[in-house]
Structure formats: C-alpha cells, structure tokens
Unconditional design. Structure first.
Length: 383
C-alpha cells in the first residue's frame, strides 16, 4: 500500500526539513535552558561536596554562609573541636572579589579562605590539573582554570602579590563564579583591608581602624563515624547559640532557597517555548493541508475514506515533531559548551521533552485534521 504521508513529505521535502530545523532550534534552546538549571544544581554542590563536612556552624538566626551574611569568631573552631563527637573542625571564609588579569580585564571570583595546615581542606585534589594546594600561610593562591590564570602567574590583591601555585578544574561557587583559594589569614586580611584614604578618614573621626580580623563566615566540622549528627548539631546550637546545619540541610538551602526563583523563571520560559513550537507545527501542518486541499477533495471524491487522509496528516505531523526533536538535540549538543555557565544535558530530560513534543505534535495535527474532515469533495470538480 502506498504511504500517502511519505509521498507528500517527499513532494515538499525542502519546506518540511527547513521547518523541522527551525522548530528544532527552538527545542534545542529548551534543552539548553533545562541544562542550565541542572548545571546550577551541580554548581551549588561543588564546594559543599569538596569540603565534605557533616556540620555547618554559622551566625545565629542566619542561613549563612552562602545564602545569608554570617560572621562568627574564629576561636569558636577550638571550642567545637573539643566537643564530644567531633573529629575535625575548621574555620573558613567566603567572599566575592574581582581579580585583574594581564590584560587588566576584571575576573569575578569567589575567594575561599582556609587553614592550609588544618584538618579540613576545601580543595579536592582530584580537581587539581596543575601545581599543588597551599603550603604556606601567606601569598599563595590556587585558582580555577576558568579564571584564565596559569601556574606561576602573580596576582595583585589589595596591597599584596599572590603567586599561583595550583590550578583546579570545574571548581565554581553556587552562583557559577570560579573559585580561588588563599590561606585563612590572607582571606581575613583581604576582607578587612581598608584603603589609605579610608584609614586616614577613620582616624580623623577618632575611630578604631584596626577592625576585627579574627572573624570567619563558618566553622565546618566532621562528626566521629557512628555518632548521631543531628544530636550533636542540636547540642552545639543550644549551648553555643549558633545556627547549625547538617550537610543535607546546607545542600537544601542552596538548591531550594537560592535556586528556587531561577528554576521558576527557567520553567516559565521552557513552557512558553514548547507552546510556541506547538503553534508553529500546527500552522505549518495547517498550511500544508490548505495547499493540497484540492488533492484531498479528489481523494474523497474517488472514495478514499476520511480516516486514511486523517492518518496521513497525523503521520506528517509526528514525523515533523521527530525531525524537530532530532535537530534540536543535535543543535543543543553543538552549542552547550559555548555557554559561560555549566550546562548539564541529561538523557532523561531529553526523553521527557520527546514525549511532550509527540503529544504536542498530535494535538497540533488536529488543525489539519479538522480541515480534512470539512473538505468538500465537489471542490475537486472544476475547482
């Protein structure tokens, strides 16, 4: 039996393929947007996973250190270390700064301060692609590969020059900015560094310009294996008057509280693009049906049943949807690496989009089907 849909597609192959590619580019953008959201989830967990702490101790009644400002005294670290059930504890700082490369171009980074001789190292050595981690208390820096700096570069931060001793790959903050690492003492100095003009002005006002450079954003701790993490967290929160979050709670703060609004925005754009794609498919099928309405009338006149003609329209629409999905998938995989933020394309997301497009294509075919059913066979005579 002759496949009417195949013959019709062959007759208008050029228009059919161009339409499929055009719709496919829209679907490719849908995949990219979903991938951006997936990438945000991955980025949010990079630093948390690398630190691998059981507890995050921050300023009382805050969601710090990433979602909200948090400042606590550094010596709390020693108190936490002495707590029953704690195997390791370290103080850390996190701050957004701008570095300038050799071309004097600004590079926004998130600076992590930690004790190079401490018990918890936030640098995952598996991510190290060149050099080493910090071995000195001052003037060494480990940078992310995406900053553009290389081993041996010297970077001016404040009044000091830092030597790049290590380069990591894939290290980013929850906001997608590359991470750089310095010693805790250097990070505190950078955080509380005032300009000469500010110092002179404060002195003229009789103010203390030394500041308190022994503050940190969080104390991270690991619990002795087998001990109840939640119980230890409750004890620290009750007796030390601090907010304490377990690792899953900290991940939840990042992935739900901080990314929630972005996910809603991405979701809205995704829905809009799918609707637009469906409308375009419907218009194309409707237009193609109008172009061959006389041929359809002839088929009805010679006794070809409506269902055979309707099946042709549905098959054409489904084929258009499949080709659009394939071209969109190819388009997404061609360009996703060009985006400045991480884009994660998952097979399950692609399969979900394929199912949606198939349903949307069948719904879109109803416009052409309606025209077929209403077609008058007498139009084939003398039309």
């Amino acid at each position: 039996m002759i496949n009417l849909a195949g013959k019709d597609i062959e007759h208008t192959l050029g228009k059919f393929l161009i339409t499929a590619i055009g719709v496919g580019m829209l679907l490719g953008i849908v995949m990219i947007m979903v991938g951006v959201y997936r990438g945000m989830i991955v980025d949010a967990k990079v630093l948390i996973n690398d630190i691998d702490a059981d507890l995050w101790i921050v300023q009382q009644d805050t969601l710090g250190p990433f979602a909200e400002a948090s400042r606590i005294h550094e010596d709390l670290r020693d108190t936490i270390r002495s707590q029953d059930g704690i195997s390791a504890a370290e103080a850390m700082t996190f701050q957004a700064i701008q570095l300038f490369n050799a071309q004097n171009q600004a590079v926004r980074v998130n600076l992590v301060g930690y004790d190079p001789f401490g018990q918890i190292n936030p640098i995952n050595l598996k991510r190290m692609v060149d050099g080493r981690d910090l071995k000195k208390s001052h003037y060494e820096i480990v940078v992310s590969q995406s900053t553009g700096f290389v081993l041996g570069d010297r970077i001016k931060i404040g009044r000091d020059i830092y030597k790049v001793v290590g380069v990591t790959k894939g290290t980013v903050s929850s906001g997608g900015d590359p991470l750089v690492y310095v010693s805790l003492k250097d990070a505190q100095k950078i955080q509380f560094l005032y300009s000469n003009a500010r110092i002179r002005n404060d002195r003229a006002r009789g103010m203390n310009v030394s500041g308190d450079s022994h503050l940190v954003n969080t104390i991270v701790a690991r619990v002795v294996p087998g001990r109840d993490i939640n119980e230890i967290a409750e004890n620290i929160a009750r007796w030390k008057h601090k907010s304490v979050y377990t690792n899953p709670q900290e991940v939840k703060i990042l992935t739900e509280n901080m990314i929630k609004r972005a996910s809603k925005q991405i979701g809205m754009f995704t829905v809009i693009l799918v609707i637009v794609s469906t409308v375009i498919i419907a218009l194309i099928i409707y237009t193609m049906t109008l172009e061959k309405i006389k041929e359809i009338s002839i088929m009805k006149l010679i006794g070809i049943p409506n269902w055979t003609i309707v099946k042709m329209i549905i098959q054409e629409t489904v084929v258009l949807g499949i080709l659009a999905f394939v071209s969109g998938n190819l388009f997404a995989h061609m360009i996703y690496g060009k985006f400045p933020k991480r884009v994660v394309l998952l097979t399950e997301d692609a399969l979900a989009l394929f199912a949606i497009i198939m349903i949307a294509s069948i719904l879109a075919s109803f416009f052409g089907v309606h025209k077929v059913i209403k077609a008058d066979p007498t139009q084939a005579i003398g039309g």
